[in-house]
Structures are given as C-alpha cells and as structure tokens.
Design a protein around this ligand. Structure first.
Ligand code: TYD
Length: 138
C-alpha cells in the first residue's frame, strides 16, 4: 500500500492483485486510515449530477471509484483541488471539515465509500456559508 500527497489530501494505492481477475484489498487502519463503521456506494448517477456539497464535523471517509471515473472537488475553505478518480485501486482520503463535491461521473461509475462513523445527519454541514463560519470556531 502506497500513499501520495495531493494539495489538500492524499491518494492511497491499495494492494492490487492482477491475474485472470483484478483484486483490490482495502483494510481498515491501513489503506483506510480509520476503523470502518459504514460502507456505501453510489452508482447509476445522472450525467449532470453533482453529489456531496457538504462537509462533515466528525466523519472521515475514503472514496474509491471502482468502476468508471469521477471527479472530486475538495475545498478546505481556503483552497480547492480537483481529484480525478479513475482506477479501482486508487482512493482519495476525505478528512473532516473538507467541503467536497463529486461530479462528472461516467455513466458506468461506481463510487465506493468507507466512513469512520455511522450515518448521522447532525454530522453534516450542508451550507457553504455555515461551513466557512464553522471553520472560524475550530
Ligand atoms: P448524501 O450523503 O447527501 O449523499 P451524497 O454524498 O452522495 O451527495 O445523502 C443523500 C441522502 O441519503 C440523504 O437524504 C441522507 C441519506 N443517507 C443515509 O440515510 N445514510 C447514509 O449513510 C448516507 C451516505 C446517506
């Protein structure tokens, strides 16, 4: 497992075994730097859809586009970065308090997400203004 820094986060390259099949391994506290409490996946995404548009107070996540491709815009309140995920063995780590938007999904895209917390709507900051104000309090 290798990681490489990006401007606002890091990409993790999972263990990838390729013989007559592709096999990627994601282990908690290794490829994903937390204990996994929740897994969800996004697929059949409308061409023009922009998902995310929020930040989390407590939840950390790692996103893997295991089929197709997607762009992820990260925004820490000061700087933005666009990450292109298009390999099943590469994921982006999403820390707390990182505004994120997922867009430009290919028709076949499947985005697999590992999260450090169970779902709780109170953990979301869904307004960008509220996000900017919240950053001033931490
Ligand atoms: P949301 O997290 O906004 O999706 P995305 O990040 O893909 O834009 O969630 C969309 C809806 O699904 C919202 O009503 C909350 C609900 N939801 C759950 O009930 N549990 C979950 O684990 C997730 C991720 C979403």
């Amino acid at each position: 497992m290798k990681t490489r820094p990006t401007k606002l986060s890091h990409i993790v390259e999972t263990q990838y075994i390729s013989d007559e099949a592709g096999l990627c391994i994601v282990e908690a506290e290794r490829a994903v730097p937390f204990d996994i409490k929740r897994v969800y996946y996004i697929f059949d995404v409308d061409n023009a859809a922009i998902r995310g548009k929020h930040a989390h107070k407590k939840t950390k996540q790692s996103l893997f586009c295991i089929r197709g491709s997607v762009k992820v815009t990260l925004d820490n309140g000061n700087e933005k970065e666009i990450i292109h995920l298009d390999k099943p063995n590469e994921g982006i780590y999403l820390d707390t308090l990182m505004w994120h938007e997922m867009h430009d999904f290919s028709a076949d895209a499947v985005l697999l997400v590992f999260a450090s917390e169970h779902y709780e709507e109170e953990d979301y900051i869904r307004s960008y203004d509220e996000f900017k104000n919240y950053l001033k309090t931490v």
